[in-house]
Write a protein that binds this ligand. Structure first.
Ligand SMILES: [Ca+2]
Ligand SMILES: [Ca+2]
Ligand SMILES: [Ca+2]
Length: 218
């Protein structure tokens, strides 16, 4: 066991759940070991000091790989944490309805290009069918899998709070847009353009109403 992990057990601060800065005495992590290998596999902690375990961290090879927490003490998990091989927190899961079902995942820090991602499973089945990308608090774009086949088929781009472009893969197979609808800075419809042969060149469609495609079978 590395010194870092030993310290984490002592303080009960294995994950980045709020409250790790000023750990009162009663916050103590309880380690669990694999009966067969003797390796540390889990750390449980009582972060709010009410005598009930409310944080569970799963360990592999002395690194946290996953964490769960009941941060509001209602007996249901409301925060899920995922770590990469360097023990960096990469994704935080939450429950939009607070009912213990994980349906939303947020990147805890912006990517190299400055965007934070929020992924949603709208059917709450762990299929990631909606993604939003933010700069600071501002929504800049979104992606959707509208027919739940695992492929993104709709893209939206925002400027401020205004939708400026909605793009669709009307084939539902290409994985890139073949129809785009443009809006001006006030969100008013400007034009529709299409790339029916998928060569990347869009041609304006005259007189076409900005109608999104219906998913197959809808
Ligand atoms: Ca507790
Ligand atoms: Ca809870
Ligand atoms: Ca799709």
């Amino acid at each position: 066991m590395g010194p870092q992990l030993r310290e984490l057990i002592a303080t009960g601060c294995i994950a980045v759940v709020a409250g790790c800065v000023e750990a009162p005495q009663q916050r103590r992590a309880v380690p669990s070991y694999d009966d067969f290998t003797g390796k540390l596999i889990q750390l449980n902690a009582d972060q709010n000091g009410d005598g009930r375990i409310d944080q569970w961290t799963y360990i592999e090879g002395n690194q946290p790989i996953r964490g769960e927490a009941d941060t509001d003490g209602d007996g249901r998990i409301d925060r899920w944490e995922y770590f990469d091989k360097a023990a960096t927190l990469t994704l935080v899961g939450t429950s939009s309805r607070g009912d213990g079902i994980e349906d939303t995942w947020t990147t805890p820090a912006p990517s190299a290009d400055g965007e934070t991602m929020v992924v949603t499973s709208r059917h709450r089945d762990r299929a990631f069918d909606h993604r939003e990308f933010y700069r600071g608090q501002t929504l800049v774009r979104s992606e959707d899998d509208t027919n739940n086949d695992g492929r993104i088929d709709k893209w939206e781009r925002y400027d401020g709070a205004v939708l400026r472009e909605a793009a669709f893969d009307t084939s539902f197979t290409r994985g890139r847009a073949d129809r785009r609808v443009q809006y001006d800075e006030k969100g008013r419809f400007v034009l529709v353009e299409e790339d029916p042969d998928g060569d990347g060149k869009f041609v304006r469609v005259d007189g076409g109403a900005p109608k999104p495609p219906d998913p197959p079978g809808a």
